[in-house]
Design a protein around this ligand. Structure first.
Ligand code: ADP
Length: 440
């Protein structure tokens, strides 16, 4: 239990780390996006206000020569500027105000300001700010403004030689920017919460294959250690027993020696099989694929089995009639045949029949090894291809299996992009079907 809990702890920690990093990535993304969008919105708003102000500056500096058409105003008339200013410039935006100061800072167009005067009277002339765009706050009202010095040659005597402060009320725009900011924050917060959920699900999904392969690896190592321990314990026992009888001859201890040798053989085949699986897992096995036909990769390798099977008083039938071309590694297929024929022989009693036959199914070539042996129960049909899986452990210990043969067989077939499965051979026994793609 202990390793499991520590493993799940590490898995949870890893999953949490993954979750945190995905979450942080989303947060950085949303924040950057938010700042960029907000700045773009803000600067485009200010740009359009500044454009309006610039248009007014231009229209003031290039006043039409209408003043000349009129009579020159009486320089003593205090309303001389107000009268001219009563006709608003059509280009002047609704929220804009124009303040005209003389060089001493006196406001010259009071009356044209109407009720706006009560607010605007608080503004003083600051000659340092000539041609500087700035945002002024007067009595809680926000204005975008620019102060210009109009040349004495200007055709409009109201402006000529004076300072003109063009002000545009930007309260609506500031309100719009504030609202936009609020909406942006709420939207991004909502999306960030959704992103949190997605991060959590993603972290879980990403961890699944890692957890699975980790589990498989641990199980594999545990099973391998267990399988290695049994023969080693037997050998150790036999050797210790022989040590207690130093005067006995080899002949006297022939049984102990032969049992030990059997176990050494088992160890040998087990370590070979483990090596095959480990090499395949780490993709270090080299494959020699070639175009070939069943007469070469099936008929030739099964020849020696005829004698072996017959010597065990079992019948071996060969019925191979198809001739498709396949792309495969003959050595690996030979290994696969040995595993399947060896199993068929192991699990079929005397006088039983082992048969190999083939058929073409669409674009697939199938060769089938059938036997009249003990068969495989339905609920074990998939499991037997797992590593170290044995249907009946006691039965297989006698027959010398470790439950690795079919795992290797499945791996070989998989690397050939094929499929292997077992089905019942009626009335009794089993059929192992190997399906491989035909090369057209
Ligand atoms: P083993 O070395 O134990 O034979 P395998 O991986 O080759 O390992 O087979 C796994 C298990 O599948 C076997 O232990 C056995 O129970 C079952 N099995 C394999 N081939 C046959 C067969 N031809 N008939 C019945 N059972 C089989």
């Amino acid at each position: 239990m202990k390793p499991k809990t520590s493993q799940s702890k590490i898995t949870r920690r890893q999953q949490f780390k993954l979750f945190l990093s995905i979450m942080a990535a989303f947060a950085i993304l949303f924040l950057t996006l938010g700042i960029i969008i907000f700045n773009l919105f803000q600067s485009s708003t200010y740009r359009s206000i500044d454009k309006d102000i610039r248009n007014q500056v231009v229209s003031i500096q290039k006043q039409p020569n209408m003043a000349k058409k009129k009579l020159t105003p009486d320089p003593h008339d205090p309303n001389r500027f107000d009268d001219q200013n009563k006709k608003p410039d059509p280009k002047t935006p609704f929220q804009a105000s124009i303040l005209v100061f003389d060089s001493s800072g006196k406001l010259l167009n009071k009356s044209s300001l109407g009720n706006r005067y009560s607010v605007l009277k608080h503004i003083n002339l600051n000659k340092d700010n000539v041609n500087v765009k700035q945002t002024l706050v007067v009595k809680n009202m926000n204005f975008r403004s620019i102060l210009i010095k109009v040349s004495k040659k200007n055709n409009n005597p109201m402006y000529a030689g004076n300072y003109v402060l063009i002000m545009q009320n930007i309260d609506t725009q500031i309100q719009a920017i504030d609202n936009f900011k609020k909406i942006l924050i709420i939207t991004f917060f909502l999306f960030w919460v959704i992103a949190l959920l997605i991060s959590y699900i993603l972290a879980r999904i990403n961890m699944l294959p890692i957890v699975k392969s980790w589990k498989q690896q641990t199980e594999f190592v545990n099973d391998a250690a267990h399988e290695l321990r049994t023969p080693l314990t037997i050998i150790q026992g036999k050797l210790e027993y022989m040590l207690t009888k130093p005067n006995q001859t080899i002949l006297d201890e022939a049984e102990a020696i032969s049992v030990s040798l059997d176990e050494v053989n088992r160890l040998n085949s087990l370590t070979n099989n483990l090596l095959v699986l480990a090499r395949s897992d780490s993709a270090t096995t080299k494959y020699n694929f070639e175009l070939t036909k069943p007469e070469f990769f099936l008929k030739d390798p099964i020849e020696p089995f005829k004698d072996i099977i017959n010597s065990q008083s079992k019948v071996f039938q060969i019925n191979l009639n198809s001739h498709p071309t396949l792309n495969l590694d003959r050595d690996k297929i030979k290994q696969l045949l040995i595993i399947l024929l060896d199993n068929a022989t192991k699990y079929t009693p005397k006088n039983g029949t082992i048969k190999i036959y083939d058929q073409v199914e669409g674009s697939k070539y199938q060769f089938i090894i059938s036997d009249t042996g003990v068969g495989v129960p339905d609920d074990e049909k998939n499991k037997i291809f797992g590593r170290f899986y044995r249907v009946d452990k006691s039965r297989n210990t006698n027959s010398g299996g470790h439950g690795l043969g079919l795992a290797i067989a499945k791996q070989i077939v998989g690397l050939h992009h094929g499929h292997i499965f077992v089905r019942d051979n009626l009335p009794h026994g089993s059929e192992f079907v190997v399906e491989l793609p035909i090369k057209h």
